[in-house]
Write a protein that binds this ligand. Structure first.
Ligand SMILES: C[S@@+](CC[C@H](N)C(=O)[O-])C[C@H]1O[C@@H](n2cnc3c(N)ncnc32)[C@H](O)[C@@H]1O
Length: 266
């Protein structure tokens, strides 16, 4: 309640400030910036203190990442999302990655380019031709398994040996061999609330319990069941989930099986 009141007050004061700026100097840089901020806050449900620039989540000043392929298909991450995910992996010198939802394998390949030398990427997808899944979700989620050849963007590349394609429905896939060994889990499979809740629970178990912990990254955080799940989950538990500006990505630190503030030690 307090948070909602604070957000409404902040929005109202932004509008008043913006109107003042527009009357005084309608084309100033400040007015344009403020207009952009108000537009973002209306567009994006998680706008606020947890809405961070990518660079605010990074530790290294001189980070370089490698990205390929940049050309994307519908349903892929955007170019900037690809950069954000790979930056988190490289910045933290991550080794083991699990992706739920391979699709054509574009993000899988880019992630494999940025893991450390002992690293490996595991990526799970529904087998091609799947017609039904165990939990309720949209038909599109299921149909995507037959739309492209899963992993076609990494097959035959120098990253292929660093990637294991796994098959199954994330609702009943046996994740136990992957428990407690992952540095980052990227959730981008079925997008219903039930699936995202299931995939998040499995992701928490997969993140390794060392002193650094690891990260869960959700794609489409402000859309579909992902938004519904995250909104309720964060409200009920006050978890320190961050949303990366200009992307649909949400990120949460996990240590010893529990959420922690990934910025607290930076
Ligand atoms: C949006 S695409 C993933 C895009 C990919 N991560 C990328 O960045 O390019 C979603 C993928 O999840 C798969 N999928 C849907 N439901 C699933 C489920 N229940 N278990 C595993 N994979 C699923 C679909 O077949 C599809 O390939």
């Amino acid at each position: 309640m307090d948070k909602a009141f604070f957000q409404i007050r902040q929005l109202a004061s932004s509008y008043i400030h913006l109107m003042g700026l527009t009357i005084q100097s309608p084309f100033s840089r400040k007015a344009r910036y403020k207009l952009g901020e108000v537009h973002q806050s209306l567009q994006y449900p998680f706008h606020g203190g947890s809405y961070k620039h990518l660079h605010e989540l990074l530790k290294q000043d001189d980070l370089a990442v490698q990205l390929a392929p940049l050309r994307s298909n519908e349903h892929n991450t955007s170019e900037f999302e690809l950069l954000a995910i790979c930056s988190l992996i490289k910045d933290r010198n991550y080794s083991k990655i699990f992706e739920i939802g391979t699709y054509d394998g574009r993000t899988t390949r880019a992630m494999a380019m940025n893991i450390n030398k002992d690293g490996h990427v595991f990526t799970l997808n529904l087998p091609s031709g799947s017609n039904t899944v165990s939990l309720p979700t949209d038909r599109i989620d299921v149909g995507l398994s037959s739309k492209v050849i899963s992993g076609e963007k990494f097959v035959g590349t120098s990253q292929e040996p660093l990637i294991s394609q796994l098959w199954g429905d994330s609702a009943n896939f046996d994740f136990s061999p992957y428990y407690n060994i992952m540095d980052l889990v990227f959730i981008d499979g079925a997008h219903s609330e039930d699936y995202v809740a299931n995939d998040t629970e499995k992701a928490i178990r997969m993140i390794r319990s060392n002193e650094n912990g690891g990260l869960i990254v959700w794609h489409d955080a402000h859309l579909f069941g992902v938004k519904i799940f995250l909104t309720k989950w964060i409200r009920e538990n006050h978890y320190p989930v961050y949303f990366i500006r200009d992307t649909s990505l949400a990120v949460l630190g996990i240590k010893d099986g529990k959420p922690f503030d990934m910025l607290a030690s930076q």
